[in-house]
Ligand binder design. Structure first.
Ligand code: ADP
Length: 234
């Protein structure tokens, strides 16, 4: 976990995901093996209930272990000394758009940004907040995989609302089922074959550690929209 702590400080979202994957791969692998064994046993004419019971107990134990890794990771993230700096959220958004430009070209997605003229001074950890923005944009790009390329647009907007800095990332993908708008922030919630379901959970932890809020909604004409609100420093 010391390694994870180090990674937390410097990682891009990708590196972070890799290190969590490494930590929970073992329990997940064991769960898979046990589930497959249980399925095989169930196919026999008289399944051995005692054995099935043991297998289910093992699955529960491994699930617990995977959860424990996530719990530790989250508390570590909360305790990790923040590198708090004053900066303008607009500058971070511009910088992050630069980081994303080649990915966007490769995936034939247009990144359209509307950045407010108002300064958005916030106090926060630049790297962590950049991870959040990257995650939201990459999720939007993933969501538009089957969207015709002329509609593949991600809109990134910033605004100042009273003493709050707002950032929204909106796409034109299929959106999120209404009953899942909260669940998407839970660890392990994923609808992707290769997904980890950790990105939004980490994003929420980071934003809440900055005394902010993150939420998801569906747009009126299709697509999902994520909004972050962070307190402005005066
Ligand atoms: P992952 O990307 O590994 O699945 P995330 O926590 O980043 O993990 O996202 C969790 C889930 O939330 C996704 O699998 C998807 O079902 C849903 N989701 C996230 N962003 C979007 C989006 N822009 N449009 C539609 N669904 C989304």
């Amino acid at each position: 976990m010391a390694e994870l702590a180090r990674v937390m400080r410097f990682s891009t979202a990708g590196e972070l995901t890799a290190s969590i994957a490494h930590e929970i791969n073992q329990p997940l692998g064991a769960i898979l093996t046990n589930a497959e064994t249980a399925k095989a046993i169930l196919k026999s004419p008289s399944p051995d209930i005692a054995e099935l019971n043991e297998i289910v107990d093992d699955i529960l134990k491994d699930d617990q272990r995977a959860n424990e890794v996530i719990r530790r990771m989250r508390s570590l993230l909360k305790k990790a000394p923040f590198e708090l700096k004053n900066f303008d959220l607009n500058d971070l958004v511009r910088e992050t758009l630069g980081v994303l430009s080649s990915l966007a070209v490769g995936r034939k997605v247009e990144l359209s940004s509307l950045i407010t003229q108002n300064a958005l001074p916030i106090l926060g950890d630049r790297i962590q907040l950049q991870q959040v923005i990257l995650n939201l944009v990459v999720n939007g790009i993933d969501a538009m995989r089957d969207t015709p390329s002329e509609n593949r647009i991600i809109s990134i907007r910033t605004s100042r609302v009273e003493n709050v800095a707002q950032l929204s990332v909106s796409d034109r993908g299929p959106g999120i089922p209404e009953d899942k708008l909260k669940e998407v922030f839970e660890p392990f919630f994923t609808s992707k074959a290769e997904g980890m379901g950790m990105g939004l959970s980490i994003a929420r932890t980071i934003i809440e550690a900055h005394h902010g809020l993150i939420s998801a909604k569906n747009r009126d004409h299709g697509g999902a929209s994520f909004r972050i609100r962070l307190p402005l420093v005066s």
